[in-house]
Design a protein around this ligand. Structure first.
Ligand code: 5AD
Ligand code: SF4
Length: 440
């Protein structure tokens, strides 16, 4: 069809961005667009961008440069998300073939903005950090039919010294518990069995109608008929309260996994990062989690090479890894970000030293995971089936603790379908996954 409106969307960054993209796709489809799988087929090319570290930010400019020549074919280009919000109209100067720049707090205006872009104009949607609205849309094109995200808070008011998010996603605001529960029920009625509650800091959730605290909301979502697994991410230690662990104890559908970013094991560095807790405060929360009735798996985020981090302080992070015993860590070299207080801090750590610390930390954590993962060998664990690895003739499953558990099915037994739940006997463990055979 000659006049058909088509778009291609590539997403960078976190789960919030992945879920925003699902809403953007839904919105575009509601406006008569069709999604295509390649830049070449598309009339409109969109990038939903991330600016958490410099490397992530550079990706979109590389992509835009790669496809610049396609502008001559009449293609239009748009930049959405965190780089759009951060760079604003400067993007037009750097990539003149871009005609749409839209931060995440302005997605509700996309339909009008698209009309302008189609008419050959430029359109910009930026938040001034004042918005108190959340993006409520009935048009969410979820990409997986079994498990899906639900936004509970948007934005962030924490202002950690290194972090760009408060500047790219605006003020922290929560959706009403009524809206969240209605979405969870609707998803359960449509066949979803797993939901993940999303926010930059879900623990600071504040119901605008004051009906529920975060842990009460968690418990209520966990009791929605039809849902078998409820996850939440991401947590902030300062707002992580004991009643969250009580809720996990009380409601079996709440998954036995907590992602609790620590960033550093040194109280001095934590203070410089403006994290508002000490190593001891953090370990107190870990003790609550470890005292739960079910074994809860714990994962974290770590930054190495924050300005002024000494070798001894870095080693405090290594000893924290031993003390907590994480089942997984995401670790990063500190990357200076625009507008943040840390950007101008003295005593920056040379790039090679950051790289060395990162490699040491990752190797250290790998040893820990190799050791800890062994506890699962011999256990029988329920997994949600996610798909099949045809090359290896294995099914791919995920445990409630959020670990990949790949498994085989005994000859003659029917293969379980994606989205189903089966029990698997674990026969081997690796640092990042488990292997087993389906039971029964
Ligand atoms: N440099 C490196 N890592 C960062 N993170 C956030 N900001 C930066 C930065 N400027 C990491 C934190 C956070 C995760 C999502 O990304 O560990 O928890
Ligand atoms: Fe990247 Fe942070 Fe924006 Fe997510 S919120 S896309 S991690 S900058």
């Amino acid at each position: 069809m000659a006049n058909e409106k088509t778009f291609y969307l590539e997403t960078f960054g976190c789960q919030m961005n992945v879920h925003d993209s699902e809403k953007v796709v839904g919105t575009l489809i509601s406006q008569g667009y069709r999604q295509v799988e390649s830049v070449e087929e598309a009339g409109l090319v969109l990038y939903n961008t991330c600016s958490i570290r410099d490397k992530a930010e550079q990706k979109v400019f590389h992509r835009l440069a790669d496809f610049r020549k396609l502008e001559r074919q009449g293609k239009k280009f748009g930049v959405l998300g965190c780089v759009a919000q951060q760079e604003g109209e400067r993007i037009f100067a750097r990539a003149p073939h871009v005609s749409l720049v839209c931060g995440s707090a302005s997605y509700r205006n996309l339909p009008q903005m698209l009309v302008e872009v189609e008419a050959g104009k430029r359109s910009t949607g930026l938040d001034d950090r004042q918005t108190t609205e959340t993006f409520e849309t009935e048009f969410t094109a979820r990409s997986n039919p079994h498990r899906g995200y639900i936004t509970i808070t948007e934005g962030c008011d924490k202002f950690c010294a290194y972090c760009v998010v408060p500047y790219t996603r605006g003020r922290e605001r929560s959706r009403t518990s009524d809206a969240i529960l209605a979405e969870a029920r609707h998803m359960a009625d449509s066949g979803y069995t797993e939901v993940q509650l999303l926010g930059q800091n879900v623990n600071s959730y504040r119901d605008p109608l004051r009906k529920k605290t975060f842990s009460e909301l968690l418990a209520s979502v966990g009791q929605v008929p039809g849902l078998k697994r409820v996850r939440f991410t991401t947590s902030h230690p300062i707002d992580f309260t004991r009643d969250i662990v009580d809720a996990i104890d009380a409601v079996p559908t709440l998954c036995d996994h907590v992602h609790l970013p620590v960033q550093s094991g040194s109280s001095r560095v934590l203070e410089a990062m403006q994290r508002e807790y000490t190593r001891e405060d953090y370990l107190e929360r870990i003790a609550w989690i470890k005292a739960a009735r079910r074994e809860i798996s714990i994962t974290t985020d770590i930054i190495v090479g924050f300005p002024g981090e000494t070798e001894a302080e870095f080693e405090e992070t290594l000893s924290l890894l031993d003390e907590v015993g994480y089942d997984g860590t995401f670790s990063f070299k500190y990357s200076p970000r625009p507008n943040t207080p840390a950007q101008t801090m003295a005593d920056s750590i040379p790039e090679e030293e950051k790289a060395r610390r990162l490699a040491v930390l990752q190797e250290h954590q790998k040893q820990i995971q190799t050791r800890l993962s062994k506890r699962h060998t011999g256990q029988t664990i329920e997994v949600m089936v996610e798909g099949k690895n045809r090359a290896r003739e294995q099914l791919i499953g995920r445990t409630s603790q959020n670990k990949p558990l790949n498994f085989t099915v005994t000859a003659g037994n029917p293969e379980p379908l994606p989205g189903s739940y089966v029990r698997v006997h674990v026969s081997a463990s690796f640092p990042n996954s488990l292997l087993g055979e389906m039971v029964g």
